[in-house]
Design a binder for this molecule. Structure first.
Ligand code: 5RP
Length: 224
């Protein structure tokens, strides 16, 4: 395991330890949330009684492998906690969507009574400047790209790692990574993007984190 993955594991385990018997848990996407899902699987093996709401195909399959029982948001009254990663973190403000799962992540994380972000130290920053992933309906890509340019960003279509075509989300849509430079007012940027027809969801999560668990060489720091 790489050094960074060990830090992600610490953060994931720390968040998984917050989960109590009877809770419904939002299961985030990405390599850090995956560590939390594996840690939850270990706790289920040891007798913890929970159900998870996955935010992606990837997190659903991992939860199945790890033995975490699954449910859906539509089938529960309350979601006690959601545990998810982030691409960049400034206080409670996040940019997410590196795994193209931010549409489901946003409504699951927002529905949780306690939204816990898990990360390694490279994710924390003093100002958000990470390109914002924007999920678009495929036919709307050109008009959304123009609108986003008018908002001051440079959009680029996310390509699959194998270079055999664009990334397609679990919802059948495309992703434009929109470079705004710095985001001094993430709430305002989120509102601008919320208003663009053809955007399904974007990766600005303003004021959403309740706490941030960062794995470090010495343990875990809990921020915000
Ligand atoms: C997926 C996400 C991820 O949580 C984010 O990209 C962080 O991933 P990782 O923990 O692998 O760095 O937003 O849409």
């Amino acid at each position: 395991m790489s050094d960074t993955q060990a830090l992600k594991r610490r953060a994931g385990e720390s968040a998984a330890n917050l989960v109590e018997d009877g809770m419904v848990v939002g299961l985030g996407t990405g390599s850090t949330a995956a560590e939390a899902i594996r840690a939850l699987g270990d706790r289920v093996d040891a007798g913890l009684d929970i159900a998870g709401v996955p935010t992606s195909y990837q997190s659903r399959e991992l939860a199945r492998e790890a033995g975490v029982p699954l449910t859906t948001l539509a089938d529960v009254d309350t979601l006690g906690i959601a545990i998810d990663g982030a691409d960049q973190i400034v206080g409670a403000d996040l940019v997410k969507g590196g795994g193209a799962a931010h549409a489901r992540e946003k409504y699951v994380d927002a529905a949780a009574e306690r939204f816990v972000v898990v990360a390694d130290p490279s994710k924390t920053a003093s100002v958000l400047d990470h390109p914002v992933p924007v999920e678009v309906l495929p036919d709307a890509k050109p008009v959304v790209a123009d609108t986003v340019r008018n908002l001051g960003a440079e959009p680029s279509l996310r390509e699959a790692e194998r270079k055999d075509g664009p990334v397609v989300t679990d919802n059948g849509n495309l992703v434009l990574d929109c470079d705004f430079g710095e985001l001094p007012n993430p709430g305002a940027t989120a509102l601008d993007l919320d208003a663009v027809p053809g955007i399904v969801e974007h990766g600005v999560f303003p004021s959403m984190a309740d706490e941030v668990h960062v794995g470090t060489e010495d343990g875990v720091t809990v921020e915000y």
